[in-house]
Write a protein that binds this ligand. Sequence first.
Ligand code: SF4
Length: 204
Amino acid sequence: MVMNWNIHELTAMRAFSQNLGLQFRHDGLLNPRIDGYASPIDKLQLPDEQLAAIDLENSTFRKRLQDGVCSTLNDRPPATGDDQIYTCGAGMVTFNVDPYGRLQLCQLARRSFFDLQANSFVNGWIGFLSKIRSCSRSKSSACDHCTLLSHCLGCPGASELEHGDPEKPVARFCRLTHVRMQRLLGDIPGHLPDASCCLKQNAI
Ligand code: SF4
């Protein structure tokens, strides 16, 4: 994790990994603790511009993002009203088990859990996690029609940690998505660099 406290060590950390012949990947997106406590984030999270610049320094990542954006930016279909909340791999290709034997969707989405001390993993995987994954969105927000959705840094798990509601977007991830994409592509039709276009609609 790269943050205000260790940003001065990023170059050295990269070099250290390279010297070991290992790949290096940083992550600058901070989430609250699993009990929801979030107060250090405003001190630790790097400013949006700085974080976007660091993320895009990696030419491979930049190219992959750019290629992906070009193929999806203009063709996001309008929301149908029955979109699933979880569209990532959580509960489909990955899961989380905490130290108390509770099966959860992912490391972030932990509020709903299945007790593996009393039940089998198969029942949790097939029954419990499938049921959560099949939940449809019940609220509308700017995300429903956002052309940046495929590249958004937010996710339902982060929203659950931040707001206790997997459907409520996280403002700082929305802002950072806009800053990053603006930096990558320049002006984006329908969007403003400060994310006010979407934040106003999301009322966050
Ligand atoms: S959080 Fe913001 S950038 Fe992400 S999908 Fe929603 S509106 Fe778009």
